[in-house]
Write a protein that binds this ligand. Structure first.
Ligand code: BGP
Length: 484
């Protein structure tokens, strides 16, 4: 007997900016990712204020899903997807972000996608903002730092609800909203312009003035307000709508049982997850958030009425990405660092991917329990997967047994979490079709079960091929997770 509930939403996830391409097709405006250059595991993505003709930008063509979505959706259907998580590219609907009426061609494009999904019997789960912030609003208002952006986002969300609400019932406001808290430049997540350019587009732990940091925190607060307004709007427009938060899962262990390590891990768990989770699920900043803000000397500039909006705009479910775990220590200078996204100490019990991301399936069970016991809201794993350099064989097969192992082990732990009592709505693995990596801008870091013939330098036929994991996942879905 399968441990997964009936109706469990198995599927895959993508983001418009990482797969669509067609960056200026049919009147689309420039989004933040369109300004970011490619990179590799050792060379970072760069940001220049102007888009330069001599530079290759991976999102401009991506895997050209803009022109190939019908075939791609058929492949998702063939795998038996129950659910497909995708994002709407804000700048297809509102090219500059602040227009009053949407671009009809952009509206028609997503209509056609949702109709195609419906024909395959696939439930869409839509992220309204997956880093696709209109670049015009960065230049004009410094992104989310300006409260006028809130109204633009609400107008955009309302358009989506109105245009697609007959088919789309599941929504997420911001992808990985907690990225705005990480000590990086902020452009990617909050649309706040860097202090100088050119610069590294996404940098963790880079130089940042206190004023810029404060702007980033305030921008994140404005995103919370916008999200809460959109949640209220969704509930008012259609009682069938379910709308969730999306947080980059940050599972942190103490490096040892030294109380200093325990406290460091507790703080990291809080900052990495509950700072945002408490606002979006409980409707208010938590106690530890206030201490963090005080220590960082941040004044959030909360406006009258904001607290009420946050309270009334709490989400229906909690969604998150989960790739790896981290260790925290009270003495970071003495510990060996990990290659993980967020800075942490190396866990001696775990192996890492070729990109340095620790692999920890049991951490997923632990993390689900922590979240569920804190919030008692249904959970949705909307990203998980292994970034690897796959090899396309002469006969066009791809033998990605490492990916199957990774996913199987995580699914086994999901089943355990369900046995623990966790309410899990679904699982959409990340990058079900190979796409551009958000962190490095590479094609080489592949997550898909469908191989796309495209290389880091932009060469390739863009043809699609089924990997071994394609057939394996099909079997998993058909058995509702019993046959792993
Ligand atoms: C998450 C993002 C995705 C995705 C994924 C994998 O943070 O929501 O957009 O890209 O991470 O990261 P990367 O592409 O850097 O390997």
């Amino acid at each position: 007997m399968s441990k997964f509930p009936k109706g469990f939403l198995w599927g895959g996830a993508t983001a418009a900016n990482q797969c669509e391409g067609g960056w200026q097709a049919d009147g689309k405006g420039i989004g933040v990712p369109d300004t970011m250059t490619g990179g590799t595991v050792s060379t970072p993505r760069m940001f220049y204020k102007e888009i330069r003709p001599d530079i290759y930008y991976p999102s401009h063509e991506s895997i050209d899903m803009y022109h190939r979505y019908l075939d791609d959706i058929k492949l998702f259907g063939e795998m038996g997807f129950k659910c497909y998580r995708l994002s709407i590219n804000w700048t297809r609907l509102f090219p500059n972000g602040d227009e009053l009426e949407p671009n009809p061609k952009g509206v028609a494009f997503y209509r056609s996608i949702f109709e195609a999904l419906k024909a395959e019997g696939i439930t869409p789960l839509v992220t309204l903002s997956h880093y696709e912030f209109p670049y015009n609003l960065c230049l004009k208002w410094n992104g989310w730092a300006d409260r006028r952006t809130i109204d633009c986002f609400v107008r955009y969300a309302e358009t989506c609800f109105k245009e697609y609400g007959d088919i789309v019932k599941l929504w997420l406001t911001f992808n990985e909203i907690n990225m705005g808290l990480m000590d990086h430049i902020g452009l990617f997540s909050t649309g706040v312009m860097p202090e100088q350019e050119p610069c590294v587009a996404i940098s963790f732990g880079g130089e940042e003035s206190h004023a810029h940091k404060q702007t980033r925190y305030r921008a994140l607060h404005n995103q919370f307000v916008a999200s809460a307004k959109v949640v209220q709007l969704a509930h008012a427009m259609d009682p069938e709508f379910k709308i969730g938060c999306m947080i980059a899962g940050s599972c942190v262990y103490p490096l040892t049982c030294n109380p200093d390590d325990i406290l460091a891990a507790q703080r990291e768990m809080y900052k990495g997850n509950y700072y945002c989770g408490d606002v979006m699920v409980r409707g208010a900043y938590g106690a530890m958030a206030k201490r963090i803000l005080k220590e960082e000397q941040i004044d959030l500039d909360i406006q009258p009425g904001d607290e009420e909006i946050l309270k009334k705009g709490t989400v229906d479910f909690y969604s998150f990405s989960y790739y790896s775990s981290n260790c925290a220590t009270g003495a970071p200078q003495e510990a060996e660092a990990t290659g993980n996204l967020s800075v942490g100490a190396k866990n001696p019990y775990l192996k890492a991917s070729d990109w340095g991301w620790t692999i920890d399936p049991k951490g997923l069970r632990y993390y689900c329990n922590e979240l569920y016991n804190r919030y008692q809201k249904p959970l949705f794993i909307v990203e998980n997967g292994l970034g690897a350099a796959d090899v396309l064989e002469e006969d066009k097969s791809v033998h990605d047994s490492y990916r199957i192992d990774y996913m199987r082990q995580h699914m086994e732990q999901m089943a355990e979490a369900i046995e623990d009592g966790v309410e899990l709505m679904g699982y959409t693995c990340w990058g079900c079709i190979d796409l551009v990596s958000a962190g490095t801008g590479e094609m080489k870091k592949r997550y898909g079960m469908i191989y796309v013939d495209k290389n880091n330098d932009g060469s390739g036929t863009l043809d699609r091929y089924r990997k071994d994991s394609f057939y394996w996942y099909k079997k998993v879905i058909a058995s509702n997770g019993e046959d792993l």
